[in-house]
Every structure is written in structure tokens, then in C-alpha cells.
Design a binder for this molecule. Sequence first.
Ligand code: AAL
Length: 361
Amino acid sequence: MPLSAAMQRFDRPDKDNPWFAKFKYSTVTGLGNEKGVVRRDPSSIIKVDGLYYAWYTRAAHATPPVGFDKMTDQLPATSWDLADIWYATSNDGHHWDEQGPALQRGPAGAYDERGVFTPGILAHEGRYYLVYQVARSPNYRSTPESIAIAWSDSPAGPWTKSPAPILEPDPSGLVDEHSDPEDFIERGAWDSLQVHDPSLLYRASQFWLYYKGEGIGYHHMESKWGLAIADDPLGPYTKSPFNPVTNSGHEVVVWPFAGGVAGLVNRCGPEKNTIQFAPDGINFEVKSLVVVPPQAAGPLRIDEAQNTDPLSGFSWGLSHVIPHSSHLAMQGRDPLGLAAIDEPWDFLIRWELDHHRRTYI
Ligand code: AAL
């Protein structure tokens, strides 16, 4: 019997694929929709002494974002502009108690004067490491952005910031900072404009920092992921010669599995909305295609020894929604009624793997 091309590559239907995922969403109390307050880009969640901890970008803005043309020292260009990193704790992952700031932006002239945002967390040998984005003023669309780190002996802080960022954009490329990065003077490397969305893992006795890169001369929806490795959590970090390690993907979501690294590659590029796996942490392969994945997901981190299933490290967590343009609402799957929210304040929701629907095609 001849086989069509489609059937030749149909090696594993969703229902037999342990990497296939569907998601269900619910609101959380304590971090939900609130006028004048932005909460977005949550970290992974860690459990310490029976309590869940999550960190996230938080900004209290007098007005909704005004855009890059109209921003001032007080008026935010974007919802994540002029933000700090706050944290919240929870007993059950549904109700969260907002605890206050973990890290605040630095004084005028500091490398993080304009904002600290989009955190990732790693607990390692009794110490806690927050990795996060930093921005200087003024923060135009084409201003470079870096990644910094802070550490503490308790998830409740206090945190000590690194004296300088630990990861910078590639120095190639040239752009007028008032322009769009696509209007480049000289095209740069894939991560020559901004390094974003840090997620730090400890593997093979080293610290593996995954990040998203945006480049001068590229549209921001052409983002990809890179990797930088260090012997010490505080650095120095060396970018992998294999970068970029994905050809797609926006916010970075990675979790350890079977000695390798799995990730949710979302929103951007030809392999958007896939779950991928790299046995060596570098060479990623597509394992499944997913529909309406959580945006900027922060999954519960569990001990790698407990990651018996490919998705054990990606079972539930927080993610953000941008109410009026939510992908959940736009795709007609709007269990939370987001389309009806007329306020532009991003907020956090809960997602979980819908095991019940795993075999639903
Ligand atoms: C997010 C992340 C980074 C970007 C912005 C805030 O979804 O990719 O954090 O800088 O958008």
C-alpha cells in the first residue's frame, strides 16, 4: 500500500504521546485582576517548608502604558516598564498572599534604574538565586536590556544584588535607539538587542542559564532561546557556541527531565507552541504540538528525581494574561471571561495540565 507523506510522518498520535499536553485555566485569589496594578511574568514556583513561593513583575501605574513615544520618568512605556519584583506565598497554589517587594529597581544611574522584572528562581544548596531582567532609562524599544542575579539565604529575602549584570546582549549590530530594532543601521547577532526571560537550572555540576534573545535587525517575534553556562551561580557565564539552541520561542520555560532539559516553546517562530526536549540540554527536538499553552508560564519546580514522566516538571503553575488581547480570549477558549475585562492591567492566573483530556484529540 502506498503511504502519503502525511501518513509516513504520523509516527505517534497525541493520545499515545507522553509529551502531549492540554491545559486548563483558573483564576487565583491574591494576584488577580486589579485596577492600576500589573502582575506578570511569574517565576517558576518552589516549595520551601510546605509553602509555595512565586516571584513576578509588579508595577503600580498611575495610567495604563503610554507607549515608547510618550513615556516619561513616571509614565510607563509598556506594562512591564518601571516595575519591581514582588513575591507571594501560598498553601495550595490557588490562594496567594502577596508578601511585598523582593527586589526594587536601583537608584538613578544604576544598571537597573528603570526596572527589575521577569524573574526566574533557583534553589541550590540552601541558597536562593533570583535571575531577572534589568533596564536603564530611558527605555526605548531599541534600548539594550541585560540579565542580573540576586541571592539570599531565605526565600523571604533579604536579597543581595550582583554588582553588575551577569549576561549582556551580543555587542554586534547598530541601531538608533529611538527607532524600531527592525530599522537597523547594521544587523547584529540574534541576541544583539536584548537578553530576556532568564531561567536558571543546575545540571552536570554547572549553572545553566537559558534566556530569550532579540536581535538588532529582527522583529521581536523572531525571538529564540540561548544558553550560557557558569561554574559559579554568580558567574561568569559563557554563552554556548551552539546558540541559539532553539529556532523559536518567546518566554523561556524549561524543566529537567531524564538527565536532559525539556521546554515549552511558545508564541514565536516556526516551532511555536511545541514541547521540546534536549537530552544534552542543547540539541532540542520537537516532542509534541500543544494548543493554547500558558503564556509566560512558571511551573512548579520539583526534584529531578521525581520527574518520572516527561511532564512531571510541568504539571501546574502561574502564567499571565493581558486581558483585552489574551490569547485565551482570542482563540475562543475563554473560560475566565477575559474578553469582557475592559481594563488593561495584566494579571496572573493558574494553569494546570489537563490529564483528563490528554487522550482527547
Ligand atoms: C515578556 C518577556 C519579557 C519581555 C516582556 C517582559 O513576556 O518576554 O519580560 O521583556 O515581555
